[in-house]
Design a binder for this molecule. Structure first.
Ligand code: FNR
Length: 184
């Protein structure tokens, strides 16, 4: 049985390179992992007042369900101003609450990200890794995946034309599957 992975993509852009990267990973992971994409664009900004009797607005409850029912979590993050985009931070804040009922608790997790910049989201992922520990997630150590985006390597249907990139991303999803299996 493949493991289910809650996938949080930190961009809403229709032409997002990080969404394109997630689709490429999904294709490589077939048979081992099933990707369940969380919807982040309809979440309100975090506000403690929106919790009423343990429930928050529906988009929040759906997010908590997607994460809660998954065997693991994958963040596919852009880097904004050398850190994690607000979209992802907001989603993490919601999913971590109410206090003591974090949807993330004890789940295996990994981060990857693509940027047009040379460091390929390294700073954002460094911050995200420490956030993951605070959220109760168990981050995969290696491989680290800082993707310097080359548009001609990735097709719209998720296939990858560059063999070295494909092999590296295959090793990333295989390691994630092994990480989830170890903790399941
Ligand atoms: C960026 N970008 C960017 N890139 C980077 O490598 N380091 C950075 O700190 C930033 N900062 C940043 C801030 C803001 C507000 C924006 C909108 C963009 C560029 C970013 O890598 C590029 O826009 C990517 O295409 C964003 O990912 P998606 O949306 O294509 O997935």
């Amino acid at each position: 049985m493949p493991y289910t992975i809650a996938v949080l993509v930190g961009s809403l852009r229709s032409e997002s390179i990080n969404r394109r990267l997630a689709l490429a990973l999904e294709k490589l992971a077939r048979g081992k992992l099933v990707f369940d994409y969380a919807s982040l664009g309809d979440l309100p900004l975090y506000n403690d007042d929106l919790w009423q009797d343990g429930r928050a607005p529906e988009p929040v409850m759906r997010l908590k369900d997607v994460i809660g029912q998954a065997d693991g979590v994958l963040f596919v993050t852009p880097e904004y101003n050398r850190t994690v985009p607000g979209l992802l931070v907001n989603a993490c804040d919601w999913a971590s609450r109410p206090y003591g009922q974090s949807s993330f608790e004890g789940k295996p997790a990994a981060a990857i990200g693509a940027s047009v910049g040379a460091i390929g989201t390294a700073m954002a992922q460094s911050h995200l890794r420490s956030n993951m520990l605070g959220l109760g997630l168990v981050p995969m150590g290696r491989p680290e995946a800082f993707i310097h985006w080359k548009p001609d390597h990735y097709a719209e249907d998720g296939s990858i034309s560059d063999e070295a990139t494909k092999a590296f991303l295959q090793s990333f999803v295989d390691s994630l599957a092994a990480h989830v299996e170890r903790l399941s």
